[in-house]
Design a protein around this ligand. Structure first.
Ligand code: ADP
Ligand code: MG
Length: 689
């Protein structure tokens, strides 16, 4: 059987009830295939046995015996200490709030143990350890584990991303079951020749290598096998889109420019030279024999929205429909407001299609779209839903297009008859990747912000200097400005986001920013609440908006002058650049404070330095690729370049090149073609943000 055929729900596995099912699905794991492709965040090296005698400097992985129980403290603070020895050294396991361990581990018990110790109170101690009973194991060096049964000791241990209600244990146990039942029976879909050439293992071996790696290099080869599939999948999808585009012809007709001139004249500003050039490129495409397929690649804040708005006017003037697809409801509402402002005075109806409409309202809207009463429609994923049909969709704009899968982009386009397609993104990607993925698209660039726009200054600040940061912010608020405060969406262990945003908002209200009106937005809030808060903020009724990275893309509030990013070290380069682009959009200069924890990895340090000195998004993207070192597994996603799950671009560009010829060999519906499906970076999560 092939991996892509494992579409049964993970619910089939032991230990997965409704609660766990929900937690898994939050992480995008619905089917057995999804589970098998759930990649560890990192690995912990427990493969080398190491005696307690060496435990002061290195993590210990040993077999030890419980010698006796001791207690310290009194009353409710009475704490159990397990004194252990492995024959080389004694040490203490401090069991805070875990006195129950006394019964499970009486003196004499032999255990496998993995822990990081330190010297405290003149003994070798740890409060964070993992152990399991190992009655048959002999103590003492050379620690050659006798029993191969153990899952978590004396091996390289995968550490998975988690979420509330999901522990390492849950993930490991689910994976062990899945691997046992299906792991060895998975047929390899190929491309066999290519994998041999690249020295990549068959798919079944790759699955084992990723979840039970005998060595780090095996794990890496396994991951690269996944990456090959992911990249092939992207290329095949892109190729199909382009082939279709090239197969379409129409009678060239010069587009009307009358209404366009009027709308443009009434803008509150004139277009920059760059914007005008790009607009002209697009209008010229509208009159050509082939439908347009153009990528507008623009710096953050370069004014893509107004260009796309103007570019759809000729089609609207001809009585046809235009659709704008955006990744979040927040952005949909913002764009809807902008489009209405500029188009409705000219008699064009602008509608909003988002997910949670009342059934009657939705029905009415869909029928206005179907009969053509609705002329310009802005929406989220709701627009792609099969119930939405258009009467004459001839122009499609996809904003923040990297947030959508190729299939989603194609789905909207397919609702029209060979419509013109404008894809927009502020996220530059490396050239090699662009050549492959955008193969067949025309490319327009906006490299600068419109002249006369304000600048943004970036400050780096240690956590310990937060008070100063917020004093500065408060001063700007008193001068009538507004500010964003951004908290990480997910902490390194995958804990839920709202905790950090909520506690930060409460903290600020009670201290540094007391007296100002503070709003809160995070992904778990109902859309309605998010919308009201966002609206209050953009109308200036609220001075501070605390949020998670929901803000990352596209939010446009001219009066926002300051942004504070808490735990900036946890964000990727492009995400930070995007966030910084949320201020200084009007005429007032902006300031961005990147607040970081003193405990920085070398990579994080470099990222912050780059942001401090670089303001050009294209150059930042180049750095992005260089910095992310081999430490990270699925780090690309965090960096926001593309929603790639398995690929680490700086290590896998060779796969892209080597795989290109294979793209031609992938026959629609063949096992190889089907096998690419579970690897495609289609993001569930975006649908609900
Ligand atoms: P992005 O390219 O990041 O999507 P937007 O389209 O949201 O940027 O534009 C950023 C801001 O710049 C908006 O407030 C917009 O009204 C303004 N803007 C766009 N073009 C011009 C221009 N030519 N002159 C002045 N302001 C402009
Ligand atoms: Mg935008």
């Amino acid at each position: 059987m092939y991996l892509h055929e494992l579409t049964a729900s993970v619910r089939k596995l032991d230990g997965i009830g409704p609660r766990r099912l929900k937690a898994f699905s939050e992480r995008g794991v619905l089917t057995i295939a999804d589970l098998l492709l759930y990649l560890p965040r990192r690995y912990e090296d427990r493969s080398t046995p190491r005696a307690l005698a060496d435990a002061a400097t290195e993590p210990a992985n040993t077999i030890a015996q419980i010698i006796r129980h001791e207690y310290f403290g009194s009353g409710r603070n009475r704490t159990l200490k397990l004194i252990i020895s492995d024959g080389t050294q004694r040490a203490a396991l401090v069991c805070f709030n875990r006195s129950f361990l006394a019964d499970a581990y009486p003196p004499g018990t032999v255990v496998r143990l993995s822990a990081v110790f330190e010297y405290r109170y003149r003994e070798l101690q740890t409060a964070s350890f993992e152990m399991e009973r190992a009655p048959d194991e002999p103590l003492g060096p050379p620690y050659e584990p006798q029993s191969p049964e153990t899952e978590a000791f004396f091996r390289i241990l995968p550490v998975y991303p988690l979420t509330a209600g999901l522990s390492q244990q849950h993930v490991r146990s689910a994976l062990d079951q899945a691997l046992k039942r299906w792991g060895t029976r998975i047929k390899d879909p190929g491309p066999a020749e290519l994998c041999r050439k690249l020295q990549l293992p068959p798919l079944a071996d790759a699955l084992h290598a990723v979840h039970h790696p005998p060595s780090f290099s095996d794990a890496e080869r396994g991951r690269r096998r996944f990456a090959l599939h992911e990249l092939l999948g992207l290329q095949v999808a892109q190729r199909r889109l382009v082939d279709r585009l090239h197969g379409e012809h129409r009678t060239p007709v010069a587009p009307p420019r009358g209404l366009l001139a009027v709308v443009q004249q009434r803008l509150p500003f004139s277009l920059s030279e760059e914007q005008q050039r790009v607009l002209d490129e697009i209008i010229a495409d509208l009159g050509s024999a082939r439908p347009m397929a153009r990528l507008l690649h623009g710096e953050v804040g370069s004014g893509k929205t107004v260009v796309s708005l103007l570019s759809m006017v000729p089609r609207l003037e001809q009585g046809q429909q235009a659709a704008v697809l955006v990744p979040t409801e927040l952005l949909a509402r913002q764009q809807h407001a902008t489009l209405r402002r500029h188009l409705e005075p000219h008699g064009i109806t602008v509608e909003l299609a988002v997910g949670n409409l009342a059934p009657a309202e939705r029905k009415a809207l869909y029928s206005r779209i179907a009969d053509g009463t609705a002329q310009c429609i802005v929406g989220t994923h709701a627009l792609i839903s099969p119930q939405v049909t258009f009467s004459s969709l001839s122009y499609v704009v996809i904003d923040e297009q990297h947030r959508f899968g190729v299939a989603q982009r194609a789905a909207l386009r397919d609702k029209g008859v060979a419509p013109d397609l404008l894809l927009m993104t502020a996220t530059p990607i490396p050239r090699t990747l662009a050549l492959t993925l955008y193969n067949g698209l025309q490319i327009s660039q906006l490299r600068h912000r419109p002249p006369g726009r304000a600048t943004v200054t970036t400050h780096l600040a240690r956590c310990s200097r937060r008070a100063e940061v917020y004093t500065n912010v408060a001063a700007r608020l008193r001068h009538g400005g507004q500010a964003f405060v951004v908290c990480p969406r997910i902490d390194p262990d995958g804990n839920a986001e709202q905790a950090s945003a909520e506690s930060t908002a409460a903290e600020l209200a009670g201290s540094f920013l007391s007296g100002f009106s503070i709003g809160l937005i995070h992904g778990r809030l109902p859309e309605e609440r998010k919308r009201e808060t966002m609206q209050a903020f953009s109308e200036g009724r609220m001075q501070v908006l605390v949020s998670t990275t929901v803000l990352e893309v596209g939010v446009d509030v001219e009066n926002a002058v300051a942004i504070v990013v808490e735990h900036a070290e946890l964000f990727g380069l492009s995400a930070l650049h995007q966030l910084r682009g949320r201020v200084g959009r009007g005429l007032k200069p902006g300031v961005a404070f990147l607040v970081y924890d003193e405990n920085l990895t070398e990579e994080a340090k470099q990222r912050l330095r780059v942001l401090h000195r670089e303001h050009d998004g294209f150059r930042i993207a180049e750095h992005d690729l260089k910095i992310r070192g081999p430490g990270e597994l699925g780090g690309v996603r965090q960096a926001g370049i593309l929603r790639l799950r398995f690929t680490v671009l700086e290590r896998d560009l060779d796969l892209l090149e080597a795989g290109s010829p294979a793209v031609e060999q992938v026959r629609a519906g063949s096992p190889l073609d089907q096998s690419l499906v579970p690897f495609l970076p289609f993001d569930q999560e975006d649908a609900c943000v």
